[in-house]
Ligand binder design. Structure first.
Ligand code: HEC
Ligand code: HEC
Ligand code: HEC
Ligand code: HEC
Length: 263
């Protein structure tokens, strides 16, 4: 009796396994009559691809990366957004007034020089991709300029960049008494002689992308260099001796000195 059960079960399992592989080999089952319909029967794969109304069936694993439906042509990657036309060699007048205005606007968004600027607009979507779509290369919209990220890509933008307070709280005075005074923002780099390239008066920490501020279509007005096409900036502009070239660079690399100026 026991032996018969074993033989019977072995046969059942063997048939099931064979059936499984035969099934796999035959591919996705088609609904009955599908291949007989006038529309599909005579069409080969190429024709189906060319007719936008016929959507070829894809496997489950292909669904995620197959664009379908009316939004098929939309691109969700910032790399594929159109870039502004910009002539690197445009001549422009450097204006002290513009530089002054840009410095003021920048300072108004920072707790101190070098601090991450607050987000100057309401935030609906706090995912990095949303921020990056506008701040990856910068854009101009409605007379405003979204500045280019000055540092490399860092995840979780709102960890450092604080969103604006919600409207009802915007008029509240939330200042906290503190004696902290940040280091003054640098104005100009030192030069060995007139006409020599100025040294970089600020640290390169979080400012790796020089053209975010000093050039490009979305840089800061008045702060552009006259030569945005010279790509290797530090070939001529020496990094700051006290901020970036500390002999004991391992201790606090690239950070400004930590002493605080009391008022
Ligand atoms: C639709 C485009 C768009 C998106 C999306 C967007 N921003 Fe902005 N951002 C702007 C514009 C335009 C300005 C300039 C506003 C102004 O000058 O009043 C700006 C200003 C800023 C500033 C001030 C920059 C400075 O140097 O003064 C920061 C910081 C900022 N945004 C961070 C973010 C973060 C973080 C996100 C994602 C949560 C984000 N933005 C999403 C368009 C955008
Ligand atoms: C670890 C903290 C940190 C994270 C995370 C971070 N940032 Fe920043 N960001 C900074 C600091 C600090 C500065 C200021 C650099 C300066 O002015 O010296 C800055 C500057 C900026 C600026 C202004 C550049 C200018 O013109 O002055 C933009 C725009 C910006 N970040 C966008 C982003 C976006 C978008 C993300 C997310 C993808 C992000 N940041 C993630 C710290 C951060
Ligand atoms: C977040 C914005 C920002 C980034 C990024 C940045 N800088 Fe600056 N830079 C400034 C500001 C602000 C000043 C102050 C003088 C001014 O207003 O032009 C300055 C000044 C300078 C000066 C002195 C200009 C003069 O007239 O004496 C040099 C040179 C310079 N930067 C080079 C660089 C280089 C090289 C890089 C890339 C490693 C860089 N900067 C990245 C904002 C930036
Ligand atoms: C081949 C050498 C060289 C390279 C590379 C170079 N610069 Fe300069 N830069 C100079 C010289 C020389 C001056 C001084 C020009 C003057 O005083 O007329 C200068 C001046 C500047 C100034 C002050 C404003 C101005 O234009 O006079 C800024 C800001 C600046 N450079 C930024 C940059 C940035 C950002 C880069 C990288 C994209 C860069 N430079 C690459 C040589 C160079």
């Amino acid at each position: 009796m026991n032996r018969l059960t074993t033989i019977f079960l072995s046969v059942v399992i063997a048939v099931a396994v064979v059936g499984f592989f035969v099934g796999l080999g035959q591919g996705v089952p088609q609904p009955d009559g599908m291949l007989d319909t006038a529309m599909v029967a005579q069409l080969d794969h190429e024709t189906i691809q060319k007719n936008p109304k016929l959507i070829p069936a894809v496997s489950y694993s292909q669904i995620a990366d197959t664009p379908m439906g009316p939004t098929k042509a939309w691109q969700s990657m910032s790399q594929t957004l159109s870039k502004p036309q910009y002539d690197l060699y445009t001549k422009f007048e450097q204006s002290e007034a513009e530089k002054e205005a840009s410095s003021k606007l920048r300072a108004s968004r920072r707790a101190f020089n070098g601090a991450p600027p607050v987000i100057a607009h309401p935030v609906e979507n706090t995912t990095d991709a949303a921020c990056y779509a506008c701040h990856g290369n910068g854009v101009k919209m409605a007379g405003l300029k979204a500045s280019v990220m000055s540092h490399e890509f860092l995840g979780n933008c709102v960890q450092c960049h604080a969103p604006m307070a919600p409207t009802p709280f915007r008029s509240l005075d939330a200042t906290v008494q503190t004696s902290f005074v940040g280091l003054p923002a640098p104005k100009q780099g030192k030069r060995a002689y007139q006409g020599a390239p100025p040294t970089i008066p600020h640290s390169q920490w979080m400012r790796q992308n020089c053209s975010a501020c000093h050039g490009g279509p979305n840089g800061w007005a008045g702060m552009q260099s006259t030569h945005p096409w010279r790509t290797n900036c530090t070939q001529c502009h020496a990094p700051s001796a006290s901020l970036d070239q500390m002999p004991d660079a391992d201790s606090v690399p690239m950070l400004p000195p930590l002493e605080v100026v009391a008022k």
